[in-house]
Design a protein. Structure first.
Lengths: 394, 671
């Protein structure tokens, strides 16, 4: 029985079937991006065990598929079992061995990247200094108590995912509990128009909420737009502070409890770094007479107190800054309106991927393996080939 | 005699190529010299000749202008070069407006614009129309419709053929308008006089302007109006973004080219100040810059190149040939005095490259070589195969030469966009076909080389209809290292997969429909396919991985599931599948062939299909023409696979081998 299972798991037939399914998953996963957007399609087809493809407009899933995780696992199992049972090491097969080890490494590396890699954005204006980057997807409700001039602020950060309607969040450091009345994954906040919105009450009675309304939007899936959440919360407990509206689009609001000021801020999740970057200068060049971008470049000053580092770096396309396990890539660039100072703005993509080295090693192994194997084939072929004369009519 | 034939035939074609290579186009002709003048358009320095050809191709789908399209070729219609057409458009627009150069094919569009039906005696061919024939109302209708489509059907996949026809014509119209206003505004009569009159108004006009801006009481309204009239006219022309004709005054390496109206405005207010005053978005200036611009108004001299352009334009407009020649020569001399000799030389090179047209010449040679190669299978005369082989060698040399010159002109590796990828896929496939032929000598490699060589040129030709094929690269692609490694290797992977696929097609077509295929030939074909697939797997894999490394270096993300990345991955997976199926004995000769034909679909999807999805980093937007072509190609490959599935006993080549009842053929009837 076991030998049958092993035979199946090590068979070339299984390899071929898995490769075929791989082609199908990648193909449908690509098609899926047109309707689901890149992120959702990735989750659905590649970071999953089972997937199905639904044509545009159809109510029923039509093509069932194994997900990326399942296929990857089976391929790794297939390769490993085959090497322990079916394969016999010979020099003539050394290339195949290398190739297969490389492929296992690639698959595992991709899994590790999926698990460990973190991407965030650091955006600033010329002159600004940042020691944190922000998530491009996830928001948090930060409640801050400023602790005097030199000390760090005390922050309680509540992830947006916890802010479901009806839930109540308490924390020992907070003088109040947060009870969620309304919650929107994506919404736009706008000034309440007295006439047009006469039948809509303001979003909340306190703070800026009294002058705005919240328009819910369907969650966006496009690659270049992001969801900005909003919520309406009651601040209850011993200090009852009433109802407040919060949104990723609003500036911080201040509430006062027993003489102590607290700030409410619904903002992208922050990741603090042990060093800081200051944006010195942005350069945005286009080709003459066109809008085709020629160069985006940010000059930043890097200061790392614990190592004493203090230097200036240029970050531009294909030339990122690598520091402290993070890599900073030029991502977006813009300019504020003249009224706001006309300063250049820049957004850097910040990536932390501890397993970044695996694909490099894997690729070298596979590349060398394939080359060795095909050279062995080629030399054999040339040595063995009978000279073939031109064809002649019989 | 037959032994010499291959050399003789190839020699004739080689002479044709050499002739085209040696002949300098319009060497002594002032129009030729004018065509070699450098301009900046699409962000790159190019000769007038390229601007003219690319624009005309965009408008008319050909790079020459047939002024009498209703005449058939033996009636000798008047055909002029693109440069002459452009010069006329720029300096005598009222003449050019009457030329039927706008290609309109869509019947509903023709009906909408009330364009005449074909009627040769009246000079109507039913395909080409003049600017004047559209009329005011027609132009308005095109613009309104185009705006409407752009607003309401933002996603290009929602647009139908009619929408695309409207948008295409609208783009052609816009381009034509830009060209008409390149040297001077389209209603100028004598440019030199106009400039002189304008300059006369500058001192008093600027003085009045300063007084007005300082708010210090009265100013000369008349003087201000007299200057503002022409200045506003040039400003409007400038907003149309015509090509940049005026070289950097500093000369040498500076790349600060200007548009003519920009140079004219510099002599009075300066374009940045006018943009600020007219509140053009994103053109506001800080207060101190405004003060400085007002102070500097009227103090700058007029760029001398404007005078040269005026002299050329007025002479051509006045049909003064001698004057035009002298003006062109004087301008070239002026450019050299600015140390712009390099720009002149580069423009001259590109003009010769345009005139030589290496890729269409190579395509013609591939076609002839293909016919000789086919001939070989029917009479097995070695001279036909040798002729075909020699022609392929010659074509490959021309093809390579074209690629090298393109690389030299662009300063880039061979593949920079979809157009050059088509050229390069063809090149790689021909190279592989030639190698196969040198091993097997049975014209199979030649057939594959010529078919792919020729068809990729057709694809490239259609891609070139979009205009300039050497547009500048976006910042993220501006890296010769990755273009030279990742892009080149992945494209060679495409070439190899196509070669395997076309070998398989030959196997099916020759086996099923002819008696050419022998068991021996089948075996050699299958070994060729196997060898090429190994090569394809290696190149697709290494190329895909290098793409990942590039992405990791640029974005910190080795694999982002971008459609183009996925396409390349699918090719790797598919090739690996075929190889494993063969090693496992799951498929035999015919099975491998059918899988390899499917490889053509996989490769085309990766090469073209992924770009049409409209998502990801390699998106070029939806092109309905490309989509139709892709679908047709996929359908044809499916038919071939279906044919490949016909039981081999029914194949003409194998029928006699499997049915002993068939009479044994003897002699020349069978192979």
């Amino acid at each position: 029985m076991l030998s049958k299972v092993l035979q199946f798991l090590s068979s070339l037939r299984l390899t071929v079937v898995l490769l075929g399914l791989g082609v199908a998953v990648v193909f449908f996963g690509t098609l899926g991006q047109t309707s689901d957007g890149l992120y959702v399609a990735q989750e659905r087809y590649f970071r999953s065990w089972f997937a199905y493809w639904t044509p545009h407009g159809s109510a029923f899933p039509v093509v069932p598929l194994p997900g990326g995780y399942l296929l990857g696992t089976l391929l790794v199992v297939n390769l490993i079992v085959a090497h322990f049972t079916r394969f016999q090491w010979t020099w003539a097969k050394s290339g195949i061995f290398l190739t297969h080890i490389g492929i296992i490494l690639l698959l595992l590396g991709q899994l590790a990247t999926d698990m460990l890699a973190r991407e965030s954005i650091m955006s600033f204006r010329e002159g600004d200094t940042r020691n944190y980057s922000e998530s491009s997807m996830d928001f948090e409700l930060a409640v801050l108590r400023s602790a005097g001039s030199n000390d760090l602020d005390q922050v309680v950060a509540i992830p947006a995912s916890r802010l479901a309607v009806g839930s109540e969040i308490r924390h020992e450091l907070l003088p109040f509990a947060v009870r969620v009345k309304e919650s929107y994954e994506n919404a736009r906040v706008r000034q309440r128009a007295p006439v047009m919105d006469s039948n809509r009450p303001p979003a909340a009675p306190n703070g800026i909420g009294a002058r705005i309304v919240i328009d819910p939007l369907p969650p966006s899936r496009a690659m270049d737009s992001r969801n900005v959440p909003a919520a309406v919360v009651d601040l209850t407990g011993p200090a009852n502070l009433g109802t407040w509206a919060i949104s990723g689009e609003l500036k911080p609001q201040t509430v006062t409890v027993e003489g102590q000021e607290w700030r409410l801020e619904y903002r992208p999740v922050r990741e603090y770094k042990p060093f800081a970057l200051t944006l010195l200068k942005t350069t945005h060049e286009t080709y003459p007479g066109t809008d085709i971008p020629k160069n985006f470049q940010s000059r930043v000053r890097l200061r790392h107190p614990s190592t004493g580092e203090d230097r200036e770096v240029d970050i531009y396309m294909n030339s990122p800054l690598r520091h402290g396990g993070y890599t900073f890539f030029q991502y977006q660039m813009g300019k504020e309106q003249l009224a706001d100072g006309g300063r250049g703005t820049s957004a850097l993509q910040v990536v932390r991927n501890p397993s970044w080295i695996t694909p490099y090693v894997g690729c070298i192994l596979v590349g060398v393996g394939l080359l060795v194997q095909f050279l062995i084939h080629l030399t054999k072929f040339i040595a063995r080939r009978k000279p073939v004369g031109p064809l002649k009519p019989a | 005699m037959k032994q010499r034939l291959p050399l003789v035939i190839t020699g004739i074609f080689a002479l044709w190529i050499l002739g085209a290579l040696v002949r300098r186009p319009d060497r002594d002709d002032a129009l030729g010299a004018f065509g070699r003048l450098p301009v900046v358009f699409n962000g790159r320095l190019q000769p007038i000749d390229s601007l003219a050809r690319n624009s005309l191709t965009r408008i008319r789908e050909k790079d020459t202008a047939n002024l009498e399209p209703a005449k058939s070729w033996h009636e000798r219609p008047r055909i002029i070069t693109a440069t002459e057409w452009l010069l006329t458009v720029m300096t005598r627009p009222e003449v050019a407006d009457g030329w039927k150069v706008f290609r309109v094919d869509h019947p509903e569009l023709k009906a909408l614009l009330k364009l005449p039906e074909p009627n040769p005696p009246a000079g109507e061919d039913g395909k080409h129309y003049s600017w004047n024939q559209f009329g005011e109302t027609g132009l308005k209708q095109i613009e309104d419709n185009a705006r409407n489509i752009q607003e309401n059907k933002k996603d290009s996949s929602q647009r139908n053929a009619f929408d695309n026809a409207i948008l295409g014509l609208y783009e052609a119209m816009t381009l034509y308008l830009r060209l008409k206003n390149t040297v001077h505004p389209q209603d100028t009569v004598r440019f030199a006089d106009e400039i002189a009159a304008y300059r006369k108004t500058i001192p008093a006009g600027v003085e009045a302007f300063r007084q007005r801006m300082s708010g210090a009481g009265a100013f000369d309204t008349n003087a201000l109006t007299e200057l503002f009239g022409p200045a506003e006219r040039y400003f409007v022309t400038l907003r149309g973004e015509p090509p940049l004709l005026i070289p950097p005054a500093a000369g040498g390496d500076s790349f600060e080219w200007q548009r003519v109206p920009e140079a004219l405005l510099d002599a009075s207010f300066g374009a940045p100040l006018l943009k600020h005053l007219m509140r053009i978005p994103k053109a506001e200036l800080p207060a101190e810059a405004v003060t400085e611009a007002i102070r500097a108004a009227g103090t700058r001299p007029l760029h001398p190149a404007v005078g040269h352009w005026a002299a050329m334009a007025d002479a051509f407009r006045g049909e003064d040939t001698g004057g035009f020649n002298a003006a062109v020569a004087a301008y070239r001399g002026y450019l050299e005095s600015l140390r712009l000799g390099d720009a002149l030389a580069k423009a001259g090179r590109e003009q010769r490259y345009n005139a030589f047209a290496p890729f269409s010449k190579a395509a013609a040679l591939y076609l002839v070589a293909f016919l000789f190669g086919c001939g070989f299978w029917f009479n097995f005369a070695e001279w036909t195969r040798k002729t075909s082989l020699n022609l392929v060698r010659l074509a490959f040399v021309v093809h390579t030469l074209g690629l090298l010159v393109r690389m030299w002109l662009e300063g880039r590796p061979p593949v920079t966009n979809l157009y050059s990828s088509a050229i390069f896929i063809g090149w790689g496939a021909v190279g592989l076909g030639w190698i196969l032929e040198s091993f097997w000598k049975n014209a199979i490699g030649l057939a594959v080389a010529t078919v792919i060589g020729f068809s990729t040129q057709i694809v490239a030709h259609n891609l070139a209809l979009g205009g300039d094929t050497m547009v500048m690269l976006q910042a993220v692609l501006d890296t010769n290292f990755w273009l030279a490694t990742h892009v080149v290797i992945v494209t060679l992977g495409y070439s190899a997969t196509y070669v395997a696929g076309f070998l398989a097609i030959l196997y099916v077509v020759l086996g099923l429909f002819t008696k050419v295929m022998t068991a021996d030939m089948g075996r050699s074909l299958s070994r060729m396919v196997y060898g090429i697939l190994c090569f394809a797997t290696l190149f697709s894999f290494v190329g895909t991985v290098l793409g990942g490394i590039w992405a990791d270096q640029s974005w910190g993300r080795f694999w982002g599931w971008d459609p183009k990345e996925n396409g390349a991955l699918i090719i790797v997976l598919w090739n690996a599948l075929i190889l494993h199926a063969r090693w496992g004995g799951m498929v035999r000769e015919r099975g491998i062939m059918n899988l390899a034909i499917f490889g053509n679909i996989v490769t085309s999807w990766s090469w073209f299909g992924t770009n049409l999805l409209g998502v990801g980093l390699h998106s070029y937007g939806f092109m309905s023409g490309a989509f139709t072509a892709l679908m047709a190609f996929v359908a044809s490959q499916c038919v071939l696979i279906a044919l490949g599935l016909v039981p081999q006993a029914k194949w003409r080549s194998f029928a006699r081998a499997t049915s002993p009842a068939a009479p044994k053929a003897s002699g020349a009837g069978a192979v």
